[in-house]
Design a protein around this ligand. Sequence first.
Ligand code: G6P
Length: 611
Amino acid sequence: MCGIVGYIGNKEAFPILISGLKRLEYRGYDSAGVALLNGKTRIYKCKGKVSDLEEYVSDKDCSGTIGMGHTRWATHGEPNDINAHPHASMQGTFVVIHNGIIENYSRLKKRLEDRGYTFHSETDTEVLANLIEYIYLKGQVSAEIAVRLALTKVVGAYGILVACQEEQDVMFAARKGSPLVVGVGNGEFFFASDATPIVEHTNRVIYLNDDDVAIVRRDEITLKTVLNVPLTPVIQNLDIEIGEIEKSGFDHFMLKEIFEQSRSIEDTFRGRISHDRTQINLGGLYDVWPTLMQARRILIVGCGTSWHAGLVGEYLLEEFSRIPVEVEYASEFRYRNPIIYKDDVVIAISQSGETADTLAAIRLAKENGALVIGICNVVGSSIPRETNAGVYTHAGPEIGVASTKAFTAQVTVLAMIAIELGHKRKALSDEDYALLIQNLVEIPGKIQKILSHNDEIKEIASIYKDSHNFLYLGRGYFFPVALEGALKLKEISYIHAEGYPAAEMKHGPIALIDEQMPVVVIAAKDKSYEKIVSNIQEVKARKGIVIALVSEGDTIIHDMADHVMEIPLADEALAPLLAVIPLQLLSYHIAVMRGCNVDQPRNLAKSVTVE
Ligand code: G6P
């Protein structure tokens, strides 16, 4: 979604804002802008990328030691120069950048229009800027009071920065439902919608909570609620290194993140699997094991790739713990009046920890008395702060919009929970428990091996890069992998792709198969191997092109398929961690060959903080 950066200090703000906006580019956006304060307020904004903005301001005055920058992902009003942020109030007293959606904006706008306000943009943000100004001028109050009062009138979600032309020594930051982080420097403060733009300046941060308002001067920060209740700012240390958010020699973040997966999975189980590889310790669940062990049902909620990880989790948890599991799109769960029992356990999966629907689903689950566990990647994000317990995936910052290493890290956490829960519930023998842990520990080495076949996968990509459709088939544990493979291709190459359970193919997708249709079949050795061989024959009988993902040493499918990609043998429950890697690479290469913007695919956002 939209990205926010801000600065107040003694340095020139503009370079800090631009480099911050570039760090946020991965979130996806359609326009960008900055406001700089230096006696008078200057706003520069345009449709397009941060580089377009840089070009646009190249002959303009960008001085000022207070400023804010924004990348916008359109919600109200099409992406254009006027709707881009920052937005100034009608008389120029206030300038605002905003993430989120103000739901009652049309009512507020009408009231302001009745009082003589006119609007240039179609955005809800301009309404907020004018509302603050109206209260400020009409009520003859301070900027702080105007900001807080205005926010009490707002229904919806916001993460905002506000500056006032008349009080140029202060910046206001406020949050409700849309994340905002304040970086604490020496005589300076940084603001951002996530920590990535802040890392290069300071590792001391304050995460704002809902309804917090920060009143920030160069040398002090005051925190209070919207209703003026004083709060004590809690400074936390960031544990991200700058190298983690750079491309490190790879052409794209996505490729870097695909290649990081053997390391990131190790980071996910580091300290959680004992040195002698005989035990799993998940500190974040320590207090909730008794509840988890007695759960009537486990409900998993998530969106996008995280939902796919949840599907793998369903198979893992049911197989090992014998507790019934349901997986739901968070957006469906929250709106369909679901039955939630007090002895249900809800697992919310989210890379960003900020997805609005997932956040709303966990709030609903908590209201109904269920225990909520989070599996998130971004430390300090909203979901881990609202769940009763949780496990961080520790995959490191994921910048590519298409999720890769977050998926394998999520599946790794789910596998650890399932194996531990199964063992604790005595559904899994000591022997199987030890064997599974051993298998899990071997996964990173096997991923290395798969990555060494990158060139062969690239070769297959070059043959099918111009296809219009792809079908992905898998059974059992490989069905969610088929869904994820298809999603990766759609997201970044804009080729239509469908993932399907292989056995269901004959109930519909088989009608699509002809000599133009590449069918990616995940056919690694598992208990339904024979069945998937039959499915491959069904595709071949209709002249479909089969790209098969097989286990090393497979000869049967080698002879039937048009192309094969190999993965090392592994326990089938853990094999999704391997099978997804060639599919990620296949999508990546196809997208690059088609000239697509791999790291920032059109219309997509990394962190979806609106419903
Ligand atoms: C967006 C991203 C996806 C991601 C999904 C859920 O659509 O582009 O990559 O899977 O949101 O995000 P989350 O942060 O909750 O995992």
